[in-house]
Design a protein around this ligand. Structure first.
Ligand code: ASP
Length: 325
C-alpha cells in the first residue's frame, strides 16, 4: 500500500527543547531538521515538515491559534492528514480552538512531550510516531481534532493536562480515551458524539476566566467590566454555584451587557441550575447567567472568543449559547 502523506506543523514546546546549561530547558532550532530525517517516521508515512513557530506554549495566543487553524486548512488540501507538535501547557486550548474552527474533516492530530530531548526516557519521538500513525488512519477522519500522547488518543474537546510532570498527563477524566496505539495497530474504541463547529475568520480574545474560591470578592469581575471584556467565564463550585459576595458584581456585569457563563471547577461533570439560594445556580440562571455544560473553564473561554469573532453582537452570541446549552 502506498504510504500516506502527512504534514507535521511544528510550533515549539518541550518536544522541541533541550537542556542548555545554565539557561535551563529552552527551544533549539534543530527539531524540524531532526524530524525530516527521523527513520521511524519515514517508515510510517511520507513526511513533510512546516515550521510555524518555535515557542514555549505559554507564549501562544488565541490569535496565533487561529492563524494555525487557517494554515492547517490551507495546507491539508495536499496531504492525508496533519500532525501539530505543541507545548503541553496550552495544548488543550489550541487543540480545542482548531477543533471548533477547522473546515477540514481529514485527521488533525496534536502531540507533545512531557520530557525534553535531554531527559532519560524521553517521550517525544514515540508520541510523534504515534500521532503520525493515527493521522494515517481512515478511522481518524471526521472525528475532530485528536490529541495523541503516551499511546493514547483523546478528543480535543475533553482532554485535560492532569499532571505537571508525568508522561501519562493527558487524560479525559470524564469519559475516557477514544483509542489506543499498539505496535500492531491503532484501535478506536469510542466516538465523540458531540461535535461543535463554529467557522469564523476572526476571533475576539477579550474574554476573561475567573476561578471562584470561598469568601472571594468581586474585584476581578470589576476589573473585567472596567477593561471592556465581552464575556466572563466563572469557574464556579460544583453544579455552578458562586459565593454570594460576588452576586452584585455579576449583576453589574450583566447590566453592562457582558455575557456571564458558569462552568464547574470540579474535575468532571456538568453544571446545572439546581440551587435557589443567593449565588446558587438556579438564582444565577434567573439573573441571565448562561450555563456551560461540561466544558472546562479554559475551553469555555476559547469558545466565547470564537463566537465573538463570528457574531457581530453580544445578542447573537447569547442566542447561540442559549440555544445550545
Ligand atoms: N512549558 C512547555 C510548553 O508548554 C511544556 C511542554 O511542552 O510540555 O511549551
Amino acid at each position: 500500500m502506498e504510504k500516506k502523506k502527512i504534514l507535521i506543523v511544528t510550533t515549539g514546546g518541550t518536544i522541541a527543547m533541550k537542556q542548555n546549561s545554565p539557561f535551563g530547558v529552552i527551544p533549539n532550532d534543530e527539531f524540524a531538521e531532526h524530524l525530516r530525517s527521523f527513520p521511524q517516521l519515514n517508515n510510517v508515512a511520507k513526511i513533510d515538515v512546516y515550521e510555524f513557530l518555535n515557542v514555549p506554549s505559554p507564549f501562544m495566543t488565541p490569535q496565533k491559534m487561529l492563524e494555525l487553524a487557517k494554515l492547517v486548512d490551507k495546507k491539508i488540501v495536499d496531504y492525508d492528514g496533519v500532525v501539530v507538535t505543541h507545548g503541553t501547557d496550552t495544548l488543550e486550548e489550541s487543540a480545542y480552538l482548531l477543533d471548533l474552527v477547522l473546515k477540514t474533516e481529514k485527521p488533525v492530530i496534536f502531540t507533545a512531550a512531557m520530557r525534553s530531548n535531554s531527559e532519560l526516557g524521553l517521550d517525544g519521538p514515540r508520541n510523534i510516531v504515534g500521532a503520525v500513525r493515527v493521522a494515517c488512519e481512515e478511522q481518524a477522519k471526521g472525528k475532530g481534532v485528536l490529541v495523541v500522547l503516551n499511546d493514547e488518543i483523546d478528543a480535543a474537546r475533553d482532554v485535560v493536562k492532569t499532571d505537571a510532570g508525568k508522561i501519562n498527563s493527558f487524560l479525559t477524566p470524564s469519559y475516557g480515551l477514544l483509542g489506543i496505539i499498539d505496535p500492531d495497530r491503532v484501535t478506536f474504541y469510542r466516538d465523540l458524539i458531540i461535535r461543535e463547529k463554529i467557522h469564523t475568520e476572526k476571533i475576539d480574545s477579550n474574554v476573561d476566566l475567573i476561578k471562584c474560591v470561598s469568601n472571594m470578592d468581586g474585584r476581578f469581575i470589576e476589573a473585567s467590566i472596567n477593561h471592556g471584556a465581552k464575556a466572563i467565564v466563572l469557574e464556579a463550585f460544583g453544579r455552578g454555584n458562586v459565593p454570594r459576595f460576588i452576586v452584585k458584581d455579576i449583576k453589574k456585569a450583566l447590566e453592562h451587557n457582558l455575557i456571564v457563563t458558569v462552568v464547574s471547577r470540579t474535575y468532571t461533570g456538568r453544571v446545572l441550575p439546581e440551587y435557589g439560594y443567593e449565588g446558587g445556580g438556579l438564582s444565577l440562571k434567573k439573573m441571565g447567567v448562561i450555563f456551560g455544560d461540561d466544558l472546562k473553564g479554559p475551553k469555555m473561554r476559547i469558545k466565547l472568543m470564537v463566537l465573538f469573532g463570528k457574531y457581530k453582537t453580544t445578542e447573537a452570541v447569547r442566542n447561540y449559547l442559549q440555544n445550545k446549552n
